[in-house]
Design a binder for this molecule. Structure first.
Ligand code: TXA
Ligand code: MG
Length: 341
């Protein structure tokens, strides 16, 4: 009898998140394995924060630079304090207001946490996710789980289980990878990363929780512009990028490209009435007009646009100078950036 190749059947697979699959995922984590799981922001690719080999596997699987630190996911403040140093009253105020939720705090790294958990840095980022499947997994595993977004390094973050499969199927390192299905991520873009080791604290990566929302709790917070983020490697330069060339445009440029020489464009916009301008062979993706709704659909839209295999993705950017649009603008600027980190 001919042997059927098991290997071809063990690529990444989606499992509905139930007690059995969560127990299976937790058991994998206990054995040093890596699993993909939903969070309310984006899907994560997790391994035990205390296991250097599991952490190495995450970097390998993603193709991520070894010096790009990971976020440790915890159930609560107590667990966060067990792996960090320097937790203070301001952290408690922030966590009591926003945990579980899309807020990551950078603190000192406790001495027994492996170097790989934070790309060799003396600091460690921690966050308590809100998604019930993420919480059930953390509970079943019983320890902190380090997890970057579950995409190939530099690519668009996943907001549903199928996105993870799209990124890792065919990758031999992803054989047997479990992807727990927790439906579409509610927030849609990654957490706000707030560095609490600086005075005043500084936002290293903008998210839906803005400085304006956090400042009333702890006083002044600094924000970082896209070009000065060396403090948080991996937040610089080209990131969240589709393979199709991507440009941010205003109306005159949009019109110029659409009428230009035989190139097919996908237009992503929240400006109404664009359907008369964007005619076949071009494609139109209409986005919500509010920043929260836009964030939810952003990565899905970039993936859909990329799947069109057009010549160019044109994005009309919204919300100039409005802090509520900062995180979306940040992701769009990176998607369109040519600089490779
Ligand atoms: O919403 C999220 O944060 C998602 C979900 C899965 O929790 N995770 C996520 O992880 O976006 P990742 O690895 O794709 O992005 C982590 C960001 C990177 O920009 C990294 O540089 C920054 O957090 N970061 C992590 N640890 C840090 C540290 N010790 N110091 C400075 N920046 C840090
Ligand atoms: Mg990421």
């Amino acid at each position: 009898m001919q042997k059927t190749s098991i290997e071809t059947m063990t690529g990444p697979r989606i499992l509905p998140a139930d007690d059995a699959s969560i127990a299976e995922a937790a058991s994998k984590l206990s054995k040093g394995g890596v699993v993909a799981f939903p969070t309310e922001t984006v899907y994560g690719l997790g391994g035990s924060s205390m296991d250097p080999e599991a952490l190495d596997s995450i970097y390998r699987l993603k193709g991520r630079r070894q010096d790009n630190p990971l976020i440790a996911h915890v159930l609560d403040i107590e667990s966060a304090c067990s792996i960090t140093t320097g937790w203070d009253d301001r952290c408690t105020l922030l966590a009591e207001a926003w945990w579980p939720g899309p807020l990551t705090l950078v603190l000192g790294r406790a001495s027994d946490v492996p170097d790989q958990a934070s790309g060799g840095r003396p600091t460690l980022a921690v966050r308590s996710p809100e998604h019930p499947v993420a919480r059930a997994l953390l509970k079943a595993f019983g320890g902190p789980v380090s997890a970057p977004s579950a995409n190939r390094s530099g690519a668009v973050s996943p907001t549903c289980a199928q996105h993870v499969i799209d990124d890792f199927s065919g990758n031999p390192d992803a054989d047997g990878l479990i992807v727990l299905d927790g439906n579409r991520s509610r927030v849609g873009i990654e957490s706000t990363v707030l560095d609490m080791t600086l005075d005043p604290p500084r936002i290293l990566r903008p998210g839906v929780l803005t400085a304006e929302v956090l400042q009333p709790l702890i006083g002044q917070i600094e924000t970082t512009t896209i070009r000065e983020q060396d403090a948080s490697p991996g937040t610089t330069d080209k990131h969240y990028s589709p393979q199709t060339p991507c440009m941010l445009v205003e109306e005159p440029e949009l019109v110029e490209h659409l009428s230009g020489n035989n190139q097919r464009c996908v237009v992503i916009t929240s400006i109404s009435g664009r359907s008369s301008l964007v005619q076949p062979p071009h494609e139109l993706i209409v986005m919500p007009i509010d920043p929260v709704g836009y964030a939810v659909e952003l990565y899905e839209a970039l993936r859909r646009a990329d799947a069109e295999r057009a010549d160019l993705i044109l994005i009309e950017i919204a919300g100039e100078n409005d802090p509520n649009w900062l995180a979306v603008r940040d992701r769009l600027m990176r998607a369109a950036s040519d600089r490779i980190s």
